[in-house]
Write a protein that binds this ligand. Structure first.
Ligand code: ATP
Length: 330
């Protein structure tokens, strides 16, 4: 059994009140996260990420569908022991210090105090100067990093991180990414939610875009990035044979535009695949010109997937029931 998280056709419908219409937050969600995998869970506000986490944490029960965590039914206590969770906005007792909070987290997990290990984890997250400072005197970003430290004390097999970098400065983001990478190297399975692909693409093995309560697009970040190429611009020096520009578009299946500037030229390939770029470069080199630069212009991935999948913003419809589009490839 290598799947840590397995959701099959999970639906979750909120019933906000007697006279309000139900809200379908998850609509036949299929999601599998394998052991040791880092899964980037992307989606707009209201797409259903938090609902998914609440189901995994046993705070909600699915309306229908089947789900398991570590092979156990959703909500099983044993499964909860084996995971660490960091909410988007962690909130702790303000009079505690970071070291005291980690000691408390250890005792709640039934493990012995280890101030040296806690100090090392906190220092790794840039909190060495705040070890003994009450949390009310810590900044929002510092508390957010502390949230990750407290989720790690019992060495969980699965880490669920809700927007772990959203409020952080560039140094804080780098520290958190580094920690996530270290956990990945240790073999920890990680479910990492974000609105921003850039935050997850460097660490995620797979990425899923949640849209209207189900995974609309899923794949490896590199594959998804390849789909986002708008244009490849090749700049070079040297004189091209006169008929070269006419011949090349025929050999390529994509639209090509040329500009000549004295002894320089620019070729623009519209939405090419790597084979087309490769062919163009080989032809250029074969006629003896020098390629100076190859630049790839990409569409922002969130725009590409979320906007193309239609209006994904579930928070714009009040409490009206939400309708789900059929899964389709982008
Ligand atoms: P965000 O990125 O803003 O945190 P999300 O992807 O986590 O969004 P959810 O919080 O899971 O989204 O919400 C999914 C849908 O369920 C939204 O339409 C939301 O309005 C609705 N919803 C969430 N909680 C409740 C609730 N307690 N009662 C009624 N509807 C709810």
């Amino acid at each position: 059994m290598n799947s840590i998280i397995q959701f099959e056709q999970i639906r979750h419908v909120y019933q906000p009140g007697l006279f309000r219409r139900p809200v379908t937050a998850l609509d036949r969600l299929d999601l599998t996260v394998e052991r040791g995998e880092v899964y980037g869970f992307l989606g707009a506000n209201g797409a259903g990420k938090t609902t998914t986490f609440k189901l995994l944490l046993g705070l909600l029960r699915p309306t229908s569908g089947r789900g398991s965590l570590f092979g156990l039914p959703l909500g099983a206590r044993e499964a909860r022991r084996r995971l660490g969770f960091v909410p988007e906005l962690p909130s702790y007792y303000p009079h505690l210090t970071p070291l005291e909070l980690l000691r408390l987290a250890r005792s709640l997990s039934g493990i012995a105090s280890d101030e040296r290990a806690d100090t090392a984890v906190l220092a790794g997250l840039g909190l060495e100067a705040q070890l003994r400072r009450p949390l009310r005197r810590l900044s929002k970003g510092q508390v957010q990093r502390l949230g990750l430290a407290q989720a790690l004390v019992h060495e969980p097999e699965l880490l669920i991180l809700d927007e772990p970098m959203s409020g952080l400065d560039p140094i804080g983001r780098a520290l958190v990414k580094d920690r996530i990478r270290k956990e990945k190297e240790k073999g920890t399975t990680i479910l990492l939610a974000s609105h921003v692909l850039a935050d997850v693409e460097v660490v995620a093995d797979r990425v899923g875009f949640l849209s209207k309560g189900r995974i609309a697009v899923e794949g490896k970040p590199a594959e998804l990035l390849a789909r986002s190429v708008l244009e490849v611009v090749i700049e070079g020096e040297g004189h091209l044979p006169l008929d070269f520009a006419q011949q090349l578009p025929a050999a390529l299946s994509v639209r090509t535009r040329w500009e000549r500037r004295e002894a320089c030229f620019v070729v623009r390939l519209e939405r090419p695949g790597s084979a087309e770029v490769d062919l163009c470069l080989r032809r250029l080199i074969a006629v003896g010109v020098r390629v100076r630069s190859v630049e790839t212009r990409r569409e922002d991935l969130e725009t590409l997937f979320l906007d193309r999948l239609g209006s994904d913003r579930a928070d714009d419809g009040g409490d009206a029931p939400r309708h789900v589009e059929e899964k389709r490839s982008a």
